[in-house]
Design a protein around this ligand. Structure first.
Ligand code: SAH
Ligand code: SF4
Length: 433
């Protein structure tokens, strides 16, 4: 979601005449887009800001001005504390108000204002005010939803991104068409819980995610479709049917379970148990036997015992994830879990994370190794590790490196896989287009 938001901000800045630079020393404007999901992500901002200040001071010695801004969820959570901890920041705004970026910058340039802070939960939707989106390559994110109503007890998202809002169907389709016309072949529909999507159609009727996926599948020129993130309890039969009927829907689904222990899932305020989760997985696999899964995991949630943790390892074995993200529980101020009894010592969290990740990486490696000798459609996204090489993704989101020309960027080519590691595959383009 932050990648999508950053892309939209970069587009707005481009429309204002800004150009991107890879050298921070050259930047007249430095804008940090921030994540507050775990403590480490938030702390990183303040060390990055310290470095930005040093560069700002160096530039000032050469008579150059530097504007520093901070966007995103850290701002929403910290509010004016941002300026207390980093008084040299010129402006800051939360994730729901970045459509106001051009006006904020104009006011700062006109020296009408400094230290602008905007952490409203505005009545208007930012999406109605953003300029049209443009593709940056063959794959694009498209936000169909903002916020979340689930209030998982560990999570800050409902507090930083507010209540859930679904964009109207026509708006999503219009943005998709624009992305396709500017070079996109794959669209990943984004939201914190896309399964509860309920955007209105042109007649004002609320439609679900399955309806939207069917509409997306009709778009000319779109080759691949994905959606992220799914909330297991909200996967309905209509959605499951999409995995049977829509060829364009990729056979890879991120379906976060978080824990395999029902006691912990209850404390997390997740609305699924290990059993109901596995039922959903079973139905999805019946709909499309080629479907493979990834997940998010939290280890060391308050009061988690060795037995609870063993249940998490058990569900990993049962599902056989091909990729996963796993985290140590991180206390987020203001969330119910932060005040729960039985906070787990850091050392135990680390031990459990190591055990879980060893298992997950092992599964990932095995899946990648089983790909050797097979031929996949690969959508090439960017330059590879050496000259004459590109990198792209298989339908299963595996990273593939292969020799190809720059003309192949944004194209889908057949690639035969020659070797595999935990994180990537190497292959050979099997045809020339
Ligand atoms: N809406 C998505 C993603 C939420 S944030 C979902 O429900 O899956 C991405 C992941 O960060 C979560 O799935 C969770 O695994 C992790 N996460 C969220 N809050 C956390 C916390 N306080 N400590 C550790 N990990 C956390
Ligand atoms: Fe956070 Fe839960 Fe919402 Fe995901 S579903 S954003 S984990 S509250």
């Amino acid at each position: 979601m932050n990648v999508y938001d950053s892309h939209r901000m970069a587009m707005m800045l481009q429309d204002m005449g800004y150009v991107k630079t890879d050298l921070q020393q050259d930047a007249d404007l430095v804008l940090f887009n921030t994540c507050h999901i775990r403590e480490k992500a938030a702390e990183k901002l303040f060390s990055d800001l310290g470095r930005a200040l040093m560069i700002k001071n160096e530039r000032a010695e050469n008579g150059l001005q530097t504007v520093i801004g901070v966007a995103g969820c850290v701002v929403q959570a910290e509010d004016e504390q941002i300026f207390k901890r980093a008084p040299f920041v010129d402006f800051a705004f939360g994730p729901l108000t970045y459509h106001r970026l051009p006006q904020i910058l104009k006011d700062i340039e006109a020296e009408k204002q400094s230290c602008v802070l905007d952490t409203n939960f505005p009545a208007e939707s930012k999406f109605d005010f953003l300029p049209q989106n443009k593709a940056e390559g063959g794959c694009s994110f498209l936000a169909i939803q903002e916020g979340c109503n689930n209030f998982c007890s560990y999570c800050v998202v409902p507090y930083t991104r507010g209540v859930e809002y679904s964009r109207p169907v026509e708006d999503v389709l219009a943005e998709a068409k624009r992305l396709i016309s500017t070079g996109t072949k794959e669209i990943n529909l984004l939201g914190q819980n896309v399964n509860s999507y309920h955007g209105e159609d042109a007649r004002g009727v609320e439609r679900n995610l399955a309806y939207l996926l069917n509409k997306m599948a009709e778009l000319d020129g779109l080759k691949r479709l994905r959606y992220t993130t799914s909330y297991p309890a909200d996967v309905d039969d209509d959605l499951i049917l999409c995995h049977k009927n829509l060829d364009i829907l990729m056979p890879y689904l991120h379906l976060p379970v978080q824990s395999g222990s029902d006691r912990i899932l209850k404390l997390m305020n997740r609305r699924h148990t290990a059993e109901t989760y596995l039922e959903v997985i079973g139905k999805l696999k019946d709909a499309n036997p080629n479907l493979r899964f990834s997940s998010d995991f939290i280890v060391g949630f308050p009061s988690e015992t060795d037995e609870d943790f063993a249940a998490t390892l058990d569900i990993v074995d049962k599902v056989g994830y091909i990729q996963a993200f796993s985290f140590k529980y991180s206390k987020r101020p203001g969330t119910p879990a932060a005040d729960m009894e039985g906070q787990i010592p850091e050392k135990v969290k680390k031990e459990r994370l190591d055990i879980l990740q060893t298992k997950l990486f092992d599964l990932q490696t095995k899946f990648n190794q089983a790909s050797v000798g097979k031929t996949f459609d690969v959508l090439f996204e960017s330059s590879g590790r050496h000259k004459g090489q590109l990198t792209g993704r298989t339908p299963y989101m595996q990273n593939v490196y292969a020799d190809a020309s720059n003309n192949d960027l944004g194209q889908i080519l057949k690639v035969k896989i020659l070797s595999a590691t935990t994180n990537s595959l190497e292959g050979k383009v099997a045809n020339n287009g």
